[in-house]
Design a protein around this ligand. Sequence first.
Ligand SMILES: Nc1ncnc2c1ncn2[C@@H]1O[C@H](COP(=O)(O)OP(=O)(O)OP(=O)(O)O)[C@@H](O)[C@H]1O
Length: 271
Amino acid sequence: MTAEPITSTPSAEPETDRVRLQDVCIVHGRGRDAVVAVEGVDLTVRPREIVSIVGHSGCGKSTLLRALAGLLPHASVQGGLSILGRTPEEARRSGLLSMVFQDAVLAPWRTVEGNIRLPLQVARGRTRKPAKTVSEQLEVVGLGGYEKRYPKQLSGGQRQRVSLARALMMEPRVLLMDEPFGALDEITRDEMHTELLRIWGTTDASIVVVTHSIPEAVFLSDRIVVMAAHPGRIADVIDVDFPRPRGNDLKDTPEFARIAHRIRAALEENR
Ligand SMILES: Nc1ncnc2c1ncn2[C@@H]1O[C@H](COP(=O)(O)OP(=O)(O)OP(=O)(O)O)[C@@H](O)[C@H]1O
């Protein structure tokens, strides 16, 4: 395989695409140990769109998300990959892109406020000044007054809210989420689904979310990307047209079940 550089064309990209993937191929390792994790992926994400990625274990979902976050070695990613016309690294450094992981990844010795401030301190003035204060951002995620608490004094759902507040601090235009509610119980998860949509409604962000939960994908998304494995590739893209705002009772409707069924069928076909 030839090692083509990652292409990026600053300022040439129209605002119609926040994320653009063109014929993306991602290889882990080298030589005889090389694993083609993702091959031939074309995908665009539009402004304020929520796109979910679902697929069997090992189909390359996290690999794709890590490439979008600029967390993979350059040499392992081939094809066109840009976030608002920039490389993922540039987008991340300038605060246009941020990420939420399955585990809230909070520093236990720092307060909630200290955790939210951490990325701003690491950036040390290289990014623009946040529009909201930490207290205002905590209000948005429903944790007003929690500034001085430590992570161990929070529930799992509250920790994920802090993680979300931290990710939203720079007002990113693209938010990447890797199984953000996977470690939560089902009741908290349901609550976080409506909360995420409420919070997202206060932002200008597009979201790309990797999930193992079919109902989560249907509830949150405008489009669902179903991936197949070996190598990881896009098997189907399903539009979800439910109007917003969406409430949890949507999950009990026949139309919701119909879309969930279509995802299951696509997963079964691409086992
Ligand atoms: N650092 C690595 N080195 C070598 N191979 C890797 C590495 N990371 C992932 N892989 C391989 O790449 C493929 C895709 O892995 P990836 O973690 O992206 O899948 P996934 O769809 O996110 O899986 P899961 O749903 O289980 O998290 C798998 O075959 C995996 O074994």
